[in-house]
Design a protein. Sequence first.
Length: 219
Amino acid sequence: MKKWMYSKIPVLIALTAGSPFAVANTIVTIGEQDFADGSTMNIVPFMTASSGEPAPFDGVFIGSDVSGPNFSASWFFSYGPLINVTGVNFILGIYDHESAATGNQVSSFKVNGIDLTAELNTLFESHGGGSREDNVYTLALPTTTFAGLESGSVNISLSLTAPGLGLFGETAFNGAALDFSALDISTRQDPPQTVPEPASIPLLLVGFSALIALRRKVA
Ligand SMILES: [Ca+2]
Ligand SMILES: [Ca+2]
Ligand SMILES: [Ca+2]
């Protein structure tokens, strides 16, 4: 009768896992944020706080709730070209836009000519917008805007419409003012292409597999 005995030593394989790509954030801002979301103040403190910042973020009230016209402004971000944009947040601090009034207050919003009126209006209607209220909104821009954002030149245009809000209810026009605006741009950082990669050393540890046979002879 024969009896075989053998032992196993596990075979260890260390996989060379690919390291995830790093992500960098580029933040460009026009004007400076003077008020937190939900702040309510009269026009004079608002104008004073933003005085001296670049137009249209210089505290000047654009249009008029009572006599018109409606708010309309455009501004321009300029920064160096970027590559591999993976996400962009558009951030806006705006005063007295009055989305709390009935209907939609955003009549037009474009980023490099791409119409995002509905997207910004949904955000405006989601909260804030009381009379003399300053709100800060963050809108994640769709991928259709990324090519333009990689160019480093971004035109923003925003127009509002009535009704606004006044002491005696809704108004025939809707003026507003701007506190600040920013773009928070995420880019994927690929490994440098000019540096040769170190020789890949696959960590393959082959364990020993021993087979020990004991042969016994039964007498
Ligand atoms: Ca509204
Ligand atoms: Ca207004
Ligand atoms: Ca400001």
